[in-house]
Design a protein around this ligand. Structure first.
Ligand code: ADP
Ligand code: MG
Length: 698
């Protein structure tokens, strides 16, 4: 065994790598030996002990080893064909039934598989007439007599995701060889303190004193499942760690800039407090205290406020703004939509009536910036996130509040922070973000949580109903309208789409009007002009309109306490978190509220319908977020484009909470001691940190 390969060795310099194989690998995106070696297996087959041949259909795949006894190419339809190979168990004592493998419309297969070959097959057996068949199994032709047999057989065998032109066995053989020839010195440990692992890999690692090298061997060709587990954990940790070291560095950078220490005046705060029509919740008081401490210090505030819909984030933001205004600075409150900006403006106007605070709603870019220069410039400017892009000329911007952050790109936050002086930043979100995501995407923010709803809220009862029950639903709504309540009827799209065949708000609005002859039915969707939207919203708020047929434009923040019914059509097509957001529009007054998920029972998959159950069962936003994350994956939950999430090879943000936390603590500890990663033992880390910095959008 010679150690001639390093992680950085280009494919072209790997000895004895056939040109054809090399070019296929290069096409698949591999450049160095290290790229190949960090192409971790997608799964493993335990070929020390194959599964017995199945005797019945099964939902889980089996991995079997057998001999081909018969093959045939058959036709069906006019031009279509399929290929069959009958497989029999090899061991003598088998009373097993043969399994038939089938491939449809893959004519080349019959040139590859022939009688007497031995195959390893992986797939789900199902019943077809009297036979057990596996359609389109993953398979590998094996030869127990060959020299390479020990790489592919009689072990826990890695199975890789393949690029086109790269096949399983040659890739595995190459990896096996690379691992043998790999110079351990070229695989330095990145992590100063490997997490507790255990297993054979660990023991081997202790022997060589090189954990990374040992785990790399084990993740491809594990000695046993314990060693595999340890290796996967090691590399998952490494992934999380490299993310966290960047998050931690960003955080340090931010904190190192001079912020503004806002004097801790409380005149305005007290005045506001005294005329507030409600008592703040303990959670609100607690968070306001945290924010006050941030504002008082001369480090810039960079805080995420998480609170379920209706938890009263606006009041917290207002308290923060009053402190900053009193210190003589301007504040900007940014909402994701115009409707929300206006609503915030109205709330602020109402709650600040009688206080000496100048607030202004910035509705369009036209309304020019000169008003900011005048005597009596507004102290609080409310607008959409266009406030950042239009470069509004603030005189002394002290605090930026960003409402409903999940509607913004993470990048926008970065941009805001980069521009000029560093204002304090408060980011508010109602999307309960699972903790692992918070630590990864917003890891550089301090987090406050409003974990309490104001008292006196009516409960929201949620029920899933078939969409066909519209007549019943209409009667239900009518009953509540008669009692003076209001209702939302939500559709996912604005125009009838032939392809999706989803009900649309525009068309449905016309159908709903005659169902409520005694009441006013309004229509709200994203394609209306802003002033049209306003007019509709104002009329709904004032009770002039009782039923609002709408799209998801009302998703965030809209606050009409008298509306207590919501019908959501095509509910099976929404994400759980989004449904929860929508539902948050009701249950804001003292009346009992009803959210009815009108689902298309025929079109919705069983899974989609089952997930709606979660909403019947709980109103806890965090529980729902976790369920959503499990169902959809992190990219979808945050929206891939703006999530700033890198592709993780091994780490799982859903299940690896503890590991993410460990990685974060370690990253912070290391940077505490060596902020620039200048120490020689951190050299590899420094490189890693630059590399994965590029991967992060922020
Ligand atoms: P969100 O956190 O969803 O943005 P809001 O700030 O819009 O919630 O508050 C929802 C509603 O609850 C508003 O009508 C607000 O006036 C009211 N509210 C906020 N705090 C309290 C409180 N402590 N007690 C009673 N009502 C409150
Ligand atoms: Mg809000």
């Amino acid at each position: 065994m010679s150690s001639t390969v390093e992680l950085s060795t280009p494919l072209a310099e790997i000895p004895k790598l056939a040109a054809r194989e090399r070019s296929a690998l290069e096409k698949a995106g591999f450049v160095t030996a290290g790229d190949v070696l960090t192409h971790f297996p997608k799964r493993y087959e335990d070929r020390r002990q194959f599964d017995r041949f199945p005797s019945e259909a099964s939902m889980t795949p089996v991995c079997i080893h057998g001999r081909v006894t018969d093959t045939s190419l058959r036709r069906f339809g006019r031009r279509k064909q399929f290929f069959e190979a009958t497989l029999e168990e090899i061991s003598d004592d088998a009373f097993s039934h043969p399994v038939v493998c089938r491939w449809f419309n893959m004519p080349w297969i019959h040139k590859i598989i022939a009688a007497d070959q031995e195959l390893v097959v992986f797939g789900k057996p199902k019943q077809s007439g009297k036979r057990l068949v596996i359609d389109h199994p993953e398979f590998e032709i094996v030869d127990p007599e060959s020299e390479e047999a020990s790489i592919h057989l009689r072990r826990i065998t890695p199975v890789y995701r393949l690029g086109s032109g790269v096949s399983q066995r040659p890739l595995r053989t190459l990896l096996h060889r690379l691992l043998e020839e790999l110079d351990p010195e070229s695989v330095p440990d990145l992590l100063p303190a490997p997490p507790e692992t255990g297993g054979a890999g660990e023991a081997a690692a202790e022997g060589s004193g090189n954990f990374r090298y040992a785990h790399l061997q084990q993740i491809h060709f594990p000695e046993d499942f314990d060693a595999l587990k340890a290796a996967r954990r090691y590399f998952a940790f490494e992934e999380f760690f490299s993310l966290q070291i960047n998050v931690a560095r960003r955080r340090r950078e931010y904190l190192s800039r001079p912020g503004k220490a806002h004097s801790d005046g409380a005149v305005l705060l007290t005045q506001w407090f005294q005329q507030l029509p409600f008592e703040l919740t303990d959670a609100q008081k607690h968070v306001i205290k945290e924010i006050r401490a941030d504002l008082k210090s001369n480090r810039p505030m960079n805080r995420l406020l998480q609170g379920d819909v209706g938890s009263g984030k606006t009041a917290v933001a207002l308290a923060a703004m009053l402190i900053v205004v009193e210190a003589g600075y301007q504040c900007a409150l940014m909402a994701p939509t115009q409707i929300l900006a206006e609503q915030h403006f109205l709330t602020l106007q109402r709650q600040l009536a009688g206080l000496d605070v100048r607030i202004s709603l910035r509705t369009s870019a036209k309304q020019q910036d000169d008003f900011l220069e005048l005597e009596g410039a507004p102290q609080i400017v409310v607008g959409t996130h266009a406030l950042i892009h239009d470069n509004v000329a603030f005189q002394e911007l002290g605090l930026v509040v960003i409402d409903e952050q999940h509607k913004f790109g993470v990048a926008q936050r970065g941009r805001l922070i980069e521009e000029g002086r560093v204002p304090d930043v408060l980011v508010m979100t109602a999307t309960p973000i699972p903790r692992t995501l918070t630590m990864t995407v917003y890891g550089d923010l301090d987090v406050s949580i409003l974990d309490e709803l104001p008292p006196g809220r009516g409960t929201v009862i949620t029920a899933v109903r078939p969409a066909s029950k519209t007549v019943d639903a209409a009667r239900f709504v009518r009953d509540h309208l008669a009692q003076g309540r209001q209702a939302y009827i939500v559709y996912p799209l604005i125009e009838d789409s032939e392809t999706l065949k989803l009900k649309s708000a525009t068309v449905e609005h016309e159908r709903w009007v005659p169902r409520f002859p005694d009441h006013e039915v309004g229509l709200l969707h994203g394609r209306l002009r802003p002033d049209e939207k306003d007019a509709v919203m104002t009329r709904f708020r004032s009770g002039e309109i009782q039923v609002l047929v709408c799209t998801t434009v009302i998703e965030v923040g809209v606050d009409v306490p008298n509306a207590n019914i919501m019908l959501i059509y095509n509910a099976e097509r929404f994400g759980l978190a989004q449904l929860h957001q929508l539902r948050g529009r009701i249950g804001r007054g003292a009346h009992k509220s009803y959210c009815i998920l009108m689902a298309d029972m025929k079109k919705g998959s069983a899974e989609a319908l089952a997930k709606l159950q979660v909403l019947e069962d709980t109103t806890d936003g965090f529980e729902i977020a976790e369920a959503d994350l499990e169902l959809r994956g992190p990219g979808d939950v945050l929206g891939t484009a703006q999530s700033g999430l890198p592709d993780l090879k091994l780490g799982d943000l859903v299940t690896d909470t503890a590991l993410v936390k460990e990685a974060r603590d370690l990253a912070r500890r290391i940077l505490e001691e060596d902020p620039e990663l200048a120490a020689p033992e951190h050299e590899a880390l420094r490189a890693l940190s630059v590399k994965s910095r590029e991967a992060l959008v922020t």
